[in-house]
Ligand binder design. Structure first.
Ligand SMILES: Nc1ncnc2c1ncn2[C@@H]1O[C@H](COP(=O)(O)OP(=O)(O)O)[C@@H](O)[C@H]1O
Ligand SMILES: [Mg+2]
Length: 479
């Protein structure tokens, strides 16, 4: 900084000289319009001078080198947290657990808390709220990055580190190329500071590890769809949908208490049809709020059509279907196939052997596939829950995007299992709608563990080809 100030008079002098040169060059134009040799020389000199000046000013010249990597750069603590939600609805138990995990960290270790759960369940909202509540306990700063883990272009750990380093005052040209070196520099910059690092929408452990600081007393708060079982020292929390009361409170705050009071039954029904999923509840409320002429009971009728429900749950840049589609796109090819096969089975509950029969694979393979789908939050494990979110995501997509027309070739799950050759005709990374040849809605609901129940209790013959659903899906969410 001091060096730059000292250089200023010199720079002004040189700029003036460049101006004189340029003026002379202009004044020496020949009547014929052709450039005079002196004019050319002066113009070249002026351009050289201004090039040199630019280099000096951006620090690329020998006079002003960028800061050396190990030179401490003064920076005030970062406060990067996005704003807390003004209408945050009750998540008391989860809040208490996370607060306890982040606040009870000892001074000689790093606390890592993770929040997992399906799309739109409120992981980010919860993490941001908690982060604001504990912020003052981290005077070294609160860092935040959206890692975009489920999007097509997730942020690489290299890029996330480069962003943090720049924010911490490291000039771009000094940031090393190598991931490990970046992580080393990042930890060195944070040394001695108690910081909170919020890693939002993370993809996996590999993306997170380099971003964990090493200064004792710091904490990391991670949100992700998948449970991050491999993250060393992490305390996991799985966030579930809201209970009716909390979802109702959220709906009421978005749509307005007066309209809810005018038709409480319809309001309650809307909240139920949204299955307590905060994203769905917010969208439903937002749609009604922007349509004052709509009645709540009219909107109930719209939402009651399971095939159209996801199309209705869309407002501005918020969309339930798009959120779930991201999870689907993230699947492995065999998981795609399993998900599609379950859609064809049209069963609200199913056991691993149901899938084994559909795919002609072993029960163990089927169980692993189901675990993968459950980790991606596309099916639910357990015998009692009834949210068939995946099914509605699928069925509504199949109507909306025309993919059923493009995917005329029927999938044959039991022929597709086993070899890559056999799976080659399964649509890779295709939208969920491709599983049906009829274009009708399908159902993929929750995985009833190993206890056969409902339609899944009679195993389909492994030779029988599953029919595309001709019934309405079991539905999401079932109130
Ligand atoms: N506790 C809450 N109170 C109010 N709105 C919430 C709450 N949780 C989530 N939301 C709303 O639901 C939507 C999805 O929340 P978000 O935190 O982005 O979900 P996720 O990170 O799990 O995908 C957002 O519009 C958010 O405002
Ligand atoms: Mg999120």
């Amino acid at each position: 900084m001091r060096r730059r100030r000292r250089a200023r008079p010199v720079l002004i002098g040189v700029l003036a000289a460049a101006g004189v040169f340029a003026g002379l060059a202009t004044g020496l134009s020949l009547p014929s319009g052709g450039p005079h040799p002196i004019q050319l020389t002066l113009a070249v000199a002026a351009s050289l001078l201004s090039g040199w000046l630019t280099a000096v000013q951006i620090g690329g010249g020998s006079d002003e080198r960028p800061a050396a990597p190990d030179r401490p750069v003064a920076s005030s603590p970062l406060s990067q947290l996005p704003p807390d939600l003004g209408d945050f609805a009750d998540r008391e138990a989860y809040l208490a657990t996370l607060l306890e995990r982040l606040e009870s960290r000892s001074d000689d270790r790093i606390a890592i808390a993770t929040v997992a759960g399906k799309a739109g369940v409120g992981k980010t909202a919860l993490a941001i709220r908690v982060a604001h509540q504990v912020a003052r306990r981290f005077p070294g700063g609160q860092l935040y990055v959206n890692l975009r883990g489920v999007e097509e272009q997730a942020v690489t750990p290299e890029d996330a580190l480069a962003g943090f380093l720049r924010d911490l005052g490291v000039p771009g040209p000094v940031i090393p190329e190598d991931l490990q070196e970046r992580a080393r520099m990042y930890r060195a910059r944070l040394a001695g500071r108690r910081v909170l690092v919020v890693l939002d929408n993370a993809a996996d452990e590999v993306q997170i590890r380099p971003l964990v600081p090493s200064s004792p007393g710091s904490a990391v708060l991670v949100t992700s769809r998948r449970p991050l079982a491999g993250l060393e020292g992490a305390q996991p929390l799985v966030l579930d949908v809201m209970d009716h009361q909390a979802a109702h409170t959220l709906f009421s705050s978005v749509v307005g208490a007066q309209r809810v009071a005018a038709d409480p039954e319809a309001a309650s029904r809307i909240v139920d049809l949204c299955g307590g999923l905060p994203l769905a509840v917010r969208i439903a409320g937002a749609r009604l709020a922007t349509k004052p002429h709509w009645t709540l009971s009219g909107f109930v009728r719209r939402l009651s059509d399971e095939g159209e429900r996801l199309a209705e749950l869309r407002a501005g840049d918020l969309e339930v279907r798009a959120s779930f589609a991201l999870s689907y796109h993230d699947l492995e090819p065999r998981q795609h196939l399993a998900f599609q096969a379950l859609g064809l089975s049209n069963a609200p509950d199913f056991a691993p052997w149901t899938l084994a029969a559909l795919l002609d694979c072993t029960a163990r393979e089927a169980a692993d596939l189901l675990e993968g789908l459950a980790d991606a939050q596309l099916v639910e494990a357990g015998a009692t829950t009834s949210l068939g979110i995946a099914s509605t995501t699928c069925s509504a997509s199949s109507r909306g995007n025309g993919c059923a027309r493009k995917c005329r070739r029927p999938i044959r799950p039991r022929r597709c299992a086993g070899s890559s050759r056999r799976t080659s005709h399964a649509p890779r990374r295709a939208p969920p709608s491709c599983a049906t040849t009829s274009g009708r809605p399908r159902s993929t609901s929750h995985w009833a563990g190993s206890t056969p129940s409902g339609p899944a209790s009679s195993p389909p013959s492994s030779r029988r080809r599953p029919r595309a659903s001709t019934r309405r899906p079991g539905g999401w969410p079932r109130p």
